[in-house]
Write a protein that binds this ligand. Structure first.
Ligand code: ATP
Ligand code: MG
Length: 433
């Protein structure tokens, strides 16, 4: 395939369309987006708030590679999931199959095992942020490269850990000013009690098998729980038939799992976290057991989930580590961003207006060393042009004309009130407040 590509490239380079080829604009890839300077303040807010809030709860940031061995996701995310079956960006290099990470839990677990973190005293609390890649149909709130911020906590099986994970998600959202969100919780039980439930679901759906959508028919054997979150209308109609609905909504979890779920709810009540129980919440990934949860917004249209997570007690072992209970979640940062009001870029503290670039440089460096954000005209345009520019980027013009340079002073003009004062170089900081 590569030879074909190179041949094509060669044809283009040697043909008349060479000029067209060399000057053609190259666009961003479908499903990916630039985050432009005028929008970056919101992203800084999302990232800085994450660091601040998660640090308070003892979480440390971890940064794992953006690509990993394909097998990590096949085993870690699960080979019955859409992510692994349809959505991975996989490529070969030196006879190895590599994949751009579609999510970060598998990578964090790999690193946890590889770096012997199970020897640290529990809990081990980690958080991450960064780009993820899924080959999905791009639409509002759904991209092929998108960003997630998330946490993982290892080593605690008690429901207090699940409660802290949910509390942390809610408090992160609150710190961003997002209060109008709904927390949905469910318990998927343990592999033992879930097995019986899976069998019952299969049994009751058997007569309807041929009427299910293709995805559901494919999942019927391997992962029947996933059928429950199928969005296809004809499938929903089947699930809503009384005799089927009864089985779907039945209480299937064993006593121990029920106790775990009950304790989690007691914690959430004590912490004043409002939630609704949703028995149809099964989540898209294979590794969850017991607690699963999602946080949804009513202001996001159809892609309304901002956060998804849950407990995954068998993943560390499945990936070759010691038996280690764990719980975590991930939030979509593009979706969070679309709920935030736009934060405007901060104006400069001052713009130096001068026709002596060397003096302007010197003053700018003095002010920058005091923590001020200042600029001056590197092109040394006319004074009036510089004043015009100053009024666009700052409240203050810091004027360094011939007189000022001679007398070791500066004039500070407030461009909103048009008042101007001349002060000594040492007093300038007071004027910029
Ligand atoms: P969804 O149901 O929206 O596809 P999911 O169950 O695939 O979500 P997770 O894998 O749990 O989601 O990811 C957690 C969060 O990451 C989601 O709640 C969402 O906010 C965000 N997210 C997932 N996929 C995308 C995407 N393709 N583009 C943008 N955000 C995404
Ligand atoms: Mg998805």
């Amino acid at each position: 395939m590569q030879c074909g590509f190179i041949q094509n490239l060669f044809d283009i380079l040697s043909s008349n369309s060479y000029n067209d080829f060399m000057t053609k604009i190259i666009n961003v890839i479908k499903g990916t987006k630039d985050i432009l300077p005028q929008d970056i303040e919101n992203w800084h807010r999302l990232e800085e708030t994450a660091l601040k809030v998660f640090t308070k709860y003892g979480y440390k940031e971890i940064r794992t590679p953006i690509f990993e061995a394909t097998e990590l996701f096949a085993r870690g995310v699960g080979d019955t999931t859409d992510i692994v079956n349809k959505e991975m960006y996989t490529f070969e290099k030196s006879d190895r199959s590599l994949t751009l990470r579609p999510e970060n839990t598998a990578g964090v677990v790999r690193s946890f095992i590889e770096n012997g973190m199970s020897r640290l005293s529990a809990p081990v609390k980690l958080w991450y942020k960064g780009p993820m890649f899924r080959y999905e149909r791009p639409q509002a709130g759904r991209q092929r490269q998108f960003h997630q911020v998330g946490i993982e906590m290892f080593g605690i099986k008690q429901p207090a850990a699940d409660a802290e994970a949910i509390l942390l998600a809610v408090n992160y959202l609150k710190a961003l000013g997002l209060n109008d969100l709904e927390v949905e919780i469910n318990s998927l039980g343990c592999p033992k009690c879930r097995e019986a439930y899976k069998q019952k679901i299969k049994e009751v759906l058997k007569p309807e098998f041929d009427n299910l959508c293709e995805d559901c028919r494919n999942r019927y054997e391997k992962n029947p729980l996933r059928l429950l979150d199928c969005k296809v209308e004809s499938c929903q109609e089947i699930f809503n038939k009384p005799e089927i609905k009864k089985v779907i909504l039945s209480d299937f979890i064993c006593e121990e799992c029920a106790q775990h779920f009950k304790e989690l709810k007691t914690y959430l009540d004590r912490l004043n976290i409002k939630y609704v129980e949703n028995k149809l919440l099964v989540r898209g990934l294979d590794y969850y057991n017991r607690t699963v949860f999602e946080i949804k917004s009513n202001n996001l249209g159809s892609q309304n989930a901002v956060c998804g997570g849950g407990r995954y007690d068998s993943l560390v072992r499945n990936l070759g580590g010691e038996d280690t209970p764990a719980v975590g979640w991930a939030m979509g940062m593009e979706r969070l961003n679309s709920l935030l009001p736009k934060i405007e870029p901060k104006p400069l503290d001052g713009f130096i207006v001068s026709n002596s670039p060397a003096d302007a440089f010197e003053l700018a460096e003095e002010l920058r060393s005091e923590g001020k954000c200042v600029e001056f005209d590197l092109a040394n345009k006319k004074f009036t042009k510089q004043l015009e520019k100053a009024s666009k980027v700052s409240k203050y013009a810091i004027i360094l004309g011939e007189d000022e340079i001679k007398n070791n002073t500066v004039s500070v003009k407030n461009l909103e009130t048009s008042t101007q004062v001349t002060v000594s170089r040492t007093e300038i900081l007071n004027e910029l407040k």
